[in-house]
Design a binder for this molecule. Structure first.
Ligand SMILES: Nc1ncnc2c1ncn2[C@@H]1O[C@H](COP(=O)(O)OP(=O)(O)OP(=O)(O)O)[C@@H](O)[C@H]1O
Ligand SMILES: [Mg+2]
Length: 286
């Protein structure tokens, strides 16, 4: 069997979320910065399509523009060129999870999670949301703890819970587990995978870890020098284990493709193999 052929042996392919339209797409997105009179091209004509319920992973060497892409998609910084288009009239809600959970040290776990909801929901509903997400990340017993009483992994879970509590349409992750030990990291991957399968958020996830990319993602985008240079589908059912033979073989294929991305075989960035764009009914894009 080819490394990229789907395998559903012993799995539940029905758990794959429905992906029937693109929630957000970028067209020729560009972002330049000026550092000391020098122009830095962080993003160069990035085309990205996030289908509803998809799990897209971005990998690429340091400085290739991954965090910049997330910041532009999150609306934290304006692109220099190109456009972001949404499936609905209104911009989808977006939550972000970073490598450092960035908890407010003077607030306990409950208050950190509730913070973004205050004034938007009645108190009883906020309480219910906090309970629900603490349950999802396995931290019910630490509702009253202060951030400095948590381990790194627990703080990361609170960061994840805080983002989930907002029930965003899209979740952005920027190397969220990079600073964690291998066991905690694997636990959090399993929790995130379970949350994705049950709640079906749309996820855009940056990592430097190819194994993590293959275990979690259903498509891997390779970025290089501000461009998406390769798109690698991972057509395996969830949940996945790093030791699954299909995961191991796709991981090794991804590593090979990282060394020689498809786009570079054609001189530059086009055409991508397979094409980057996901078919989307035109009327769905505003
Ligand atoms: N606020 C900024 N001002 C100036 N230059 C910036 C700014 N943010 C990013 N850059 C530049 O944009 C380029 C891409 O940076 P970015 O942080 O997106 O890379 P990255 O792929 O996330 O790297 P890493 O894997 O190390 O996190 C780099 O050359 C960086 O110096
Ligand atoms: Mg980064």
């Amino acid at each position: 069997m080819s490394a990229f052929a789907p395998s559903s042996a012993g799995r539940r392919p029905g758990l794959q979320p429905a992906r029937n339209f693109v929630l957000l797409e970028t067209r020729a997105l560009g972002k330049t910065f000026a550092i000391g009179g020098r122009e830095i091209v962080a993003l160069a004509e990035v085309d990205l399509a996030l289908a509803r319920g998809s799990f897209t992973v971005i990998i690429g060497r340091s400085g290739c523009g991954k965090s910049t892409l997330l910041r532009v998609v999150a609306g934290l910084t304006e692109p220099t060129s190109g456009a972001i288009r949404y499936a609905h009239e209104k911009r989808p809600t977006i939550g972000s999870v970073f490598q450092e959970p960035r908890l407010m040290p003077w607030l306990n776990v409950e208050a950190n999670i509730a913070f973004g909801l205050i004034g938007k929901l009645p108190k009883s509903e906020i309480d219910d949301r906090v309970t629900e997400v603490l349950d999802l990340v396995g931290l019910k017993a630490f509702r009253d703890a202060q951030p400095d009483q948590l381990s790194g992994g627990m703080a990361s879970r609170v960061g994840l819970a805080r983002a989930l509590a907002m029930k965003p349409d899209i979740l952005l992750f920027d190397e969220p587990f990079a600073a964690l030990d291998a066991f905690t990291r694997r636990n959090l991957q399993q929790e995130l995978s379970a949350i994705w399968r049950t709640r079906q958020p749309t996820i855009l996830f940056v990592t430097h870890d190819v194994e993590e990319a293959v275990v979690l993602g259903d498509v891997i985008l390779h970025m290089s020098e501000g461009r998406v240079v390769d798109r690698i589908p991972v057509p395996l059912a969830h949940p996945r284990e790093p030791t699954d033979s299909d995961v191991v073989s796709i991981r090794s294929r991804v590593l090979q493709r990282l060394a020689a991305p498809a786009a570079f075989h054609h001189g530059n960035v086009v055409p991508l193999q397979p094409p980057l764009s996901i078919a989307v009914p035109k009327e769905k894009i505003s």
